[in-house]
Design a protein around this ligand. Structure first.
Ligand code: F6R
Length: 613
């Protein structure tokens, strides 16, 4: 997730761009840059690091132009460095461009452009778009910028919001979008574009929200919106009534709620573009089979903390089931003190949203000392774990502001499921066609999560019942057990309600003594091979009078159990189900926390990144 902003008008562009970027910094903060039309050419200033590094760049003083674009980056392709920072220009510096999103066919387009003699200056998918537009304009000197953008957009697979300026049209900014947000607005003699409303809210409350495959030409206060074929379309106009703080949260009350609702989009980013349509193979470019010897590992350890540990548990089930490799999972703080048995044939998967958690870093370093191979699964490009690991798989969840993890958890599960399927493919424990069928099923997850989020009335009603509860239990079996663990952790950390999770069959070995009429018990009973057994465990609880809340697929026969509440979720493979099922439990925790008056985004005693052991 990155932030883009553009200005064209009668004022100096730089202050507007910097102000807009400051409002978008929550979308990414590993580098920032601006490009401004000087009248004679396009000047670009870029800096690695937070926006402050760009703001203090002396070169900005010389940029007096009145048309420009700006970007704050959350790296996806290529590490954070000045060369990979946006804006990007084409080889002839005809155009400059900023981009938010992921271009899935960037390899193919880069190869095609390189074969035509184009030389690239960065590792990014974005530069491919800049070079493509520049190349089209070089081939046809009469081609207008907007036409070149439309032609290029037709060649792109994936998600993009773009803002582009051209040397030969000093007052114009062209924007385009597909599956990434882009809004436009006007203020006096100026026109503005941005990824998100807060960036332009100081200038205007009347915004045009672009739809997929629309292109906008902004020339001062004139905005023309077209479809991808150049037909003028009616712009979708909205008047914004929220204040700035609310706008930064996208109209949601908290960052956590916003991040929960971002899940369909970020899951699509994490899962998308992994299936090679020519070969039918699952492609994880990040893992080069020969180099990392992953074909021959004979044991896997997963090391992680907290929520990341829970996604790691799903990975254990997935790797053992599909790739048939034994997997151990350790809370990272325990790993190196228990003298685990590992060697050069061992793969250690470190899972960490931040990539900076001290215990997980230490566990990965310990594994490398013992010659094991380390793959990091993290959300933060160039984090310590990403730098030190032998290979990295990034979750493309974008920055997570809320202390409690939500979107990064489901994206971790998606990335780990992909890793498990990839291991199965390279080791031959699944046929490619089986892998492709499963990846296809994964492609439905974003829509299934969106379906859950579309109707939360049952969850909200249940939260009202839980408001004054003292304890709650969460049950699940197989891959639904990590879902239960994560549901209980979310409840504890944001609502301060005591919640425990158990494998469903374990309750009768002790904790069942705690169940009475006042205790809510959530059981995850979505489709699985142990479905009938899980329902028998639910019946044991029902017989003791607990409040029975079920997470279940529509049409499930509960075999005589009369639940107090059912949260219906779409059915998927049981190893993907934690992605869909967890969402409903995140929302339950959220509503209970708000009903109890808790500060959801900043729970007491907790920090987002734990850099001490
Ligand atoms: C819970 C939560 C924590 C983190 C844990 C590990 O919502 O966010 O439990 O999961 O501190 O952090 P990372 O994933 O950054 O290593």
């Amino acid at each position: 997730m990155c932030g883009i902003v553009a200005y064209t008008g009668d004022g100096r562009a730089v202050p507007y761009l910097l102000d807009g970027l400051a409002r978008l910094e929550y979308r990414g903060y590993d580098s920032a840059g601006v490009a401004v039309h000087s009248g004679a050419g396009i000047d670009v200033v870029r800096r690695t690091g937070k926006l402050a590094a760009l703001e203090s760049a002396a070169e900005l003083d010389a940029l007096g132009g009145t048309t420009g674009i700006g970007h704050t980056r959350w790296a996806t392709h290529g590490k954070p460095c000045d060369a990979n920072a946006h804006p990007h220009v084409d080889a002839a510096r005809r155009i400059a461009l900023v981009h938010n999103g992921i271009i899935e066919n960037h390899h193919e387009l880069r190869a095609e452009l390189e074969a035509g003699g184009v030389e690239f200056g960065s590792d990014t998918d974005t530069e491919v778009v800049a070079q493509l537009i520049g190349h089209l304009m070089a081939r046809d000197p009469d081609l207008r910028l907007a036409d070149a953008v439309r032609t290029a957009a037709k060649r792109l697979d994936g998600a993009f919001a773009l803002a582009v300026i051209a040397v030969d049209d000093p007052d114009l900014v062209v924007g385009a979008r597909r599956a990434a947000p882009l809004v436009a607005g006007t203020s006096g003699a100026a026109g503005l574009l941005a990824s998100d409303i807060p960036a332009i809210l100081a200038e205007t409350r009347d915004v045009v929200v672009l739809d997929d495959d629309q292109v906008v030409e902004v020339r001062g206060p004139d905005l023309v919106v077209t479809d991808i074929d150049g037909e003028v379309v009616e712009a979708r106009r909205t008047h914004i009534t929220w204040d700035l703080e609310a706008a930064e949260k996208g109209g949601y009350e908290t960052f956590m709620l916003k991040e929960i609702h971002e899940q369909p989009r970020v899951l699509a980013d994490t899962i998308g573009g992994r299936l090679d349509t020519d070969t039918g193979q699952l492609v994880l470019d990040e893992l080069r089979t020969d180099e990392h010897g992953l074909k021959t590992v004979d044991k896997v350890f997963v090391v992680a903390c907290g929520t990341s540990y829970h996604s790691g548990l799903v990975a254990k089930y997935a790797i053992e089931h599909w790739a048939r490799i034994p997997v151990e999972i350790d809370v990272a703080s325990e790993f190196r003190y228990r003298d685990p048995v590992l060697d050069a044939q061992t793969l250690v998967i470190g899972v960490s949203q931040s990539g900076e958690t001290a215990d997980t870093i230490a566990a990965c370093r310990y594994a490398q000392e013992l010659k094991a191979k380390v793959v990091a699964v993290t959300n933060v490009v160039d984090s310590t774990m990403a730098r030190e690991a032998d290979a990295v798989i990034y979750t493309h969840a974008g920055p997570e502001v809320s202390v409690a993890a939500s979107k990064t958890f489901t994206c971790q599960i998606a990335a780990l499921d992909l890793l498990a399927l990839w291991l199965a493919q390279v080791r031959g424990t699944l046929y490619s066609s089986e892998v492709a069928t499963l990846v296809d099923q994964m492609h439905r997850l974003p829509d299934q999560v969106a379906a859950v989020l579309a109707d939360l009335t049952e969850v909200e009603a249940e939260a009202a019942v839980w408001k004054d509860a003292a304890d709650a239990f969460y049950l699940g079996r197989g891959p639904a057990f990590p879902t239960a663990l994560e549901g209980a952790l979310k409840m504890k950390e944001i609502s301060y309600l005591h919640a425990e999770a158990y494998p469903s069959g374990e309750l009768k070995h002790g904790p069942l003594a705690l169940i009475d009429d006042d205790v809510p018990v959530v059981s995850v009973v979505t489709a699985s091979k142990v479905h009938a057994k899980t329902l028998s465990n639910v019946a044991e609880v029902a017989a003791r009078g607990g409040r029975i809340v079920l997470v279940a697929n529509p049409g499930t026969d509960f075999g005589g159990i009369e639940p107090d509440r059912v949260f219906e979720v779409p059915e998927t493979h049981e190893l993907f189900a934690p992605v869909v099922d967890s969402v409903v439990l995140q929302v339950l925790a959220y509503y209970v926390a708000t009903a109890r008056g808790c500060n959801v985004d900043k729970p007491r005693n907790l920090a987002k990144t734990v850099t001490v052991e």
